[in-house]
Design a protein around this ligand. Structure first.
Ligand code: HEC
Length: 201
């Protein structure tokens, strides 16, 4: 067989594999070998992957594969998170709103103060807490001074070592909430009438 014959041979003598037509380089011809299976299936898988990926990006516009959207989403989440934290801080302070302070204050009042100021603040040994008359002034700070320092000679002791600042604030908030509740058997007014300023709490 001449070289020329070989050139037109369809199958390789040795392997009986078909030559690929036209793939002839300096007499070296390319055989139409089968791809190794792993490479073939990898190729098929890559086709499937590529089409589904393209569908996700261009057809369904899925957020999770579009980086820009993913970025925006994360940034939005971060902003929301920060916003929530900012909002959460005052909310926590707010969470102890009057109602909670009053509720906590009432516990202290009934346990300690009611002995002298009456169960409903109507007054016994100590003055009436529900009327507008105050011996030492009706402002929050005035009452706080009395509770902190006491009026020993009159029987009102200092509570600054017995109660925390918070407990004192709470109990005074409770006392303020008693204004005008008109409990039974009120003690007669003592001291000066106090009219809160509009802006005062
Ligand atoms: C042992 C009796 C007694 C107890 C207990 C007591 N107080 Fe008094 N409190 C008095 C007396 C008496 C006065 C009046 C003082 C005066 O005449 O200056 C007074 C006055 C006050 C005043 C000022 C009232 C005004 O008219 O200016 C406040 C506020 C007050 N007490 C809060 C409290 C709180 C809060 C507690 C509980 C933590 C408490 N007291 C417990 C006897 C008591």
């Amino acid at each position: 067989m001449t070289i020329d014959d070989k050139k037109h041979q369809e199958y390789d003598d040795l392997t009986q594999i078909k030559y690929i037509g036209g793939h002839d380089y300096d007499g070296i011809r390319e055989l139409d070998n089968r791809l190794p299976p792993f490479l073939k299936y990898l190729f098929y898988v890559s086709i499937v992957f590529a089409t589904s990926y393209l569908m996700l990006v261009f057809v369904f516009k899925d957020d999770s594969v579009i980086q820009e959207k993913e970025y925006q989403k994360e940034m939005a989440a971060l902003q929301q998170h920060n916003g929530e934290e900012e909002a959460a801080a005052p909310a926590e302070v707010k969470a102890r709103t009057k109602d909670e302070m009053i509720a906590a204050g009432q516990v202290t009042f009934e346990k300690i103060c009611s002995v002298c100021h009456g169960k409903f603040g109507e007054g016994l040994v100590g003055p009436n807490m529900t009327d507008e008359y105050w011996i030492h002034g009706g402002r929050f700070e005035d009452m706080k001074k009395v509770v902190m320092d006491g009026v020993i000679e009159k029987g009102m002791i200092s509570y600054k070592n017995q109660l925390s600042q918070r407990q004192i604030d709470d109990v005074l908030t409770y006392i303020q909430s008693l204004q005008g509740t008109n409990p039974p058997n009120p003690k007669a007014p003592q001291g000066e009438k106090y009219v809160p300023e509009e802006s005062a709490e």
